[in-house]
Design a binder for this molecule. Structure first.
Ligand code: C5P
Length: 401
């Protein structure tokens, strides 16, 4: 949890409708809380068939609101105040029946009255059988609700609880929360285009062997997520790593340094980028030759001739569509910041970010770094890679205007 998380301190009213997917709603609640959001729950009568009030009370520390006409519940906070308390309404899951009632503005239950009384953003996360989702009546309600300003999260296609396959599956709790963070984020980088390289590269020797490094990609992926949270359009060019793509981020997977350079130059030829975060741990060298067939043990030479890879930062700097700001990263053991920064500036970087390998830069979940640009420098202390990414992007604000 940290103050720069777009969900930190946000007040979310979680409305739980009547769908089997309601069993995942407590997980949504937990994930929102973990990111510092304040959550209150409203459980519909049908929702209460799938998840118990006690579960929600145990997790949120407060009994969920269930009944529009419960004198005790209304005395604690009436439904109009409850609607206005929330920064956002998250209706997850919402059933076909819930969508129909909301589209018509029916106010016969607590969810309906809250939806009418609130003027804040509303996010609807449908979950139902595919035939019900695709039915023209449901689609009419969806179109109406979109017109009224509701934002839909999903549904996705996949296996459904009823045993059939199709569109109607609720988006995963983690992706719902990530999407909410994008929607409720500051949006101050909207209109900006950010290119991020992440992960290691793999320089093949044959189909099974090659040269790689221990970069996990976590810091680069966190930078992509942090830029998306601020509303930027983000392209992540990732070397081989098994991390999920952050919500709202476009991804291109590559293998070698030369693949990475080609993907980056292709992206730059498309439309100009404001920022290039060259976070990938690109191999400086590759085997001089690679074989399409796996060599036998005895065929592997004792020494391996290497050739230099192109330098991606230098190539991007020399490119006619050079991004407005280039940030390069160095990971060294107990680095001398001035020497390391000068090396990156010489390649064309505007900002140098120096990581100390002893602070966990490679492979760990936490990191610390020093930024250096012009005469200025800034230390960002050890913290989670996501938290560090958010702080780093804030520090870059003056370089982008
Ligand atoms: O010179 P050094 O490898 O320490 O520089 C690291 C920085 O340069 C990183 O930003 C990395 O992404 C980038 N790099 C590059 N092309 C290479 C090697 C490193 O762009 N071939």
């Amino acid at each position: 949890m940290n103050g720069m998380d777009p969900l930190h301190g946000k007040r979310i009213l979680l409305l739980i409708g009547g769908s089997i997917a309601a069993y995942k709603s407590p997980e949504i609640l937990r994930l929102l809380q973990a990111r510092g959001a304040r959550v209150r729950c409203v459980l519909s009568t049908a929702g209460a068939r799938f998840v118990t009030p006690l579960t929600l009370q145990a997790l949120s520390g407060e009994a969920p609101r269930q009944d529009l006409f419960a004198a005790e519940e209304e005395a604690a906070m009436d439904h109009i105040r409850l609607a206005r308390w929330a920064d956002a309404l998250l209706y997850a899951p919402i059933s076909a029946n819930g969508l129909a009632r909301l589209a018509l503005g029916l106010a016969e239950d607590l969810a309906g009255t809250i939806a009418l009384a609130s003027r804040n953003p509303r996010f609807l996360v449908p979950a139902m059988n595919w035939a019900m989702w695709e039915h023209p009546a449901t689609q009419r309600h969806v179109a109406q609700l979109r017109d009224d300003g509701a934002v839909f999260i999903g549904p996705e296609a996949g296996d459904l609880a009823c045993g059939e396959t199709g569109s109607g599956r609720m988006v995963s709790p983690a992706d719902i929360v990530a999407r909410l963070a994008l929607e409720l984020g500051p949006g101050d980088w909207r209109g900006r285009r950010v290119l991020v390289s992440a992960g290691p590269t793999w320089e093949a020797l044959d189909p099974a062997r090659g040269l790689g490094n221990r970069a996990s990609g976590r810091q680069g992926f966190a930078l992509a997520q942090a830029a998306a949270e601020r509303g930027a359009e983000v392209l992540l060019v990732a070397g081989p790593c098994a991390l999920p793509t952050p919500v709202g981020v476009q991804r291109r997977d590559v293998e070698s340094a030369r693949d990475m350079l080609a993907a980056i130059l292709e992206a730059l030829g498309d439309r100009p980028y404001d920022l290039f975060l060259a976070n990938a741990a690109v191999a400086d060298h590759r085997p001089a030759s690679a074989s399409a067939i796996k060599g036998r043990k005895g065929e592997i030479p004792d020494s391996l001739p290497l050739v230099a890879n192109p330098d991606i930062v230098a190539s991007v700097h020399a490119c006619p569509q050079r991004p407005h700001c280039i940030v390069a990263f160095a990971a060294e053991t107990r680095p001398d910041v001035t020497t390391a920064a000068r090396k990156l500036w010489r390649k064309g970087a505007d900002v140098a970010v120096i990581n100390d390998l002893e602070a966990g830069a490679m492979g760990g979940t936490e990191n610390a770094c020093t930024l250096a640009w012009g005469e200025q420098s800034l230390n960002l202390p050890r913290q989670s890679k996501l938290s560090l990414a958010r702080a780093l992007l804030r520090a870059l604000d003056p370089c982008l205007s």
